[in-house]
Design a binder for this molecule. Sequence first.
Ligand code: HEM
Length: 450
Amino acid sequence: MEPLGATTVFLAVCVSCLLFLSAWRKMSGSGKLPPGPVAFPIIGNTLQLNTRNLPQSIHELSAKYGPVFTIYLGSLRVVVLYGQEAVKEALIDQADEFSGRGKLPLADKLIKGEGIIFSNGERWKQLRRFALTTLRNFGMGKKSIEERIQEEARFLVERLRNTHERPFDLTLPLTHAVSNIICSIVFGDRFDYEDQKFLTIINLTEENNELFRSLLGQLYNFFPTLMDYIPGPHQLLIKNSEELKRFVLEKVKMHKESLDLSCPRDFIDAFLIKMEQERQNSQSEFNTDNLVRSTLDLFFAGTGTSSTTLRYALLILLKYPEIEEKVHEEIDRVIGRSRSPCMADRSQMPYTDAVIHEIQRFINLVPLNVPHAVTRDTHFRQYVIPKGTTIFPALQSVLGDSREFPKPEQFNPGHFLDENGAFRKSDFFIPFSAAIRHIAGQGLSWVDGA
Ligand code: HEM
C-alpha cells in the first residue's frame, strides 16, 4: 500500500476508534448502558475474551464490573447479568421485557426465526403455548409420555446387557435412547437402534450441535458478513439443516395421509389438527414451516442436553462410589428389581432426587443460558438497555452461588437435602433457566426444576 493510502487508513481507524469510544463512554454513564471493558470498532471485546471459554472470561469480568455489565462480541452488544439477584430481577420480576430471544447470526441464517427456540413475539407465544400443552398432555396417542420413557429405558438396559460386561462407550446408546423418546413423542413411534434413517438424523443433529458450538460457529456469530465468504464447517451446518428438514417434511406428508382429526397420535398430528382449526385465522402461526422447525427444535434442544447430562451423571457416580451405593440402596428399597421406575416413586426417593439435582447444578450445562433480548427499551436498576439488546442471564452465577451452595465447586448432594435427609428445594436451582422462557421440555427431563 502506498504511504499516503496507509496514513489515510490509519487516521480513519484512529478517528473511528475515538468516535466509538466517546459514544461508548456517553452511553455507559449513569442512567445509560451498564459499564464494561472498552470495546473496539468491529472486533468489540473479542480480543479481551477467551472465545474458547467465554463463561470463564465472563466470570472474571464480573469481578471487575459487577453484576450487570456490557460487552461487545464483534459488533454485537451484550448485557451480562451475573448473580442470583440480577438474574431473578430480570427473568422473573421483569419477565416480559427480558423474554425476547437474543440474535445469533448463525441461528438467523439457519432457522430464520421459525419454530420455538429462536422465535420472538406472537409467533413464539403461540408455538410455545402449543408445545407446552401438547407435551404436558400425557394422554396423547396410545401411550403416555411416561410409558414412552419407560419403554425406551427397557430397550437401553437390554442394549447395555448385550455388551456382556465388556468395556464400551456409553455416548451413542444414551444419545439414541434420548432421541428415541423425542421420536416417539413427535413421530408417534421409536426407531430400531440399527435403523439407518434414525442414525442419519441423529448424526446430522449431533454434527450440527457440534458445529454450532465450534470456534468457527462462534466466529460466525461475531463476524457474520465476513464469515459468509469463508468456506468452512458453518456451510455444512446449512446443508445438514436442509437434510433434516426434508426428513421431517417426509414424516409430515405420511402423517397427513393417515390423519384422524379426532385422535392425534403424536406431536405432528396435534400440530396438523391445530393447522386445520386455524385455517381461517390469518394471524395463525400454525403452518408447515413452523411445524417442521418446532419438531427439529425439540430434537436440537432435547437430545444433546439430556444425553450429556446422563453421561456426566454416570461419570460422577463412578467417581463417587459411596454416593452411587446410597442411590442404589434407595432404588432397591423403593422400586425393587422387577418393575420400571415411575414419576410417582420420586417423592419416596429424596436422596436420588438430591443427587440428580446436584448433578445438574454441578455440571452447569448451559452456563450463560441461551441468549435473551429485551423486547423494548428497558430500565434495569440505574441503567437503560435499548430494545433488542442481547442479554446473557448467566445461569452459572446462580448455580455456583456459595451463599446457597457452600463450596459450590464440590459435588455434594447435601446441597439439596435438609438436616433430616428430606429433599430441599432451592430457588437457585435454575439449570433450565427461569420464568417464561423456561424450557418447554422440562417435564421430559430428569427433574422439573424444583
Ligand atoms: C438436561 C436437560 C435440559 C437442559 C439443561 C435444558 C436447558 C435449557 C435452557 C437453559 C434453555 C433456555 C431457556 C431460556 O431461554 O431462558 C432451554 C430452552 C429450551 N429447551 Fe431445554 N433443556 C433440557 C432438555 C430439554 C428437552 C428434553 C426438551 C424437549 C424435548 C427441551 C426443549 C427446549 C425448548 C423447546 C427450549 C426453548 C424454549 C423457548 O425459547 O421458549 N429441553 N433449555
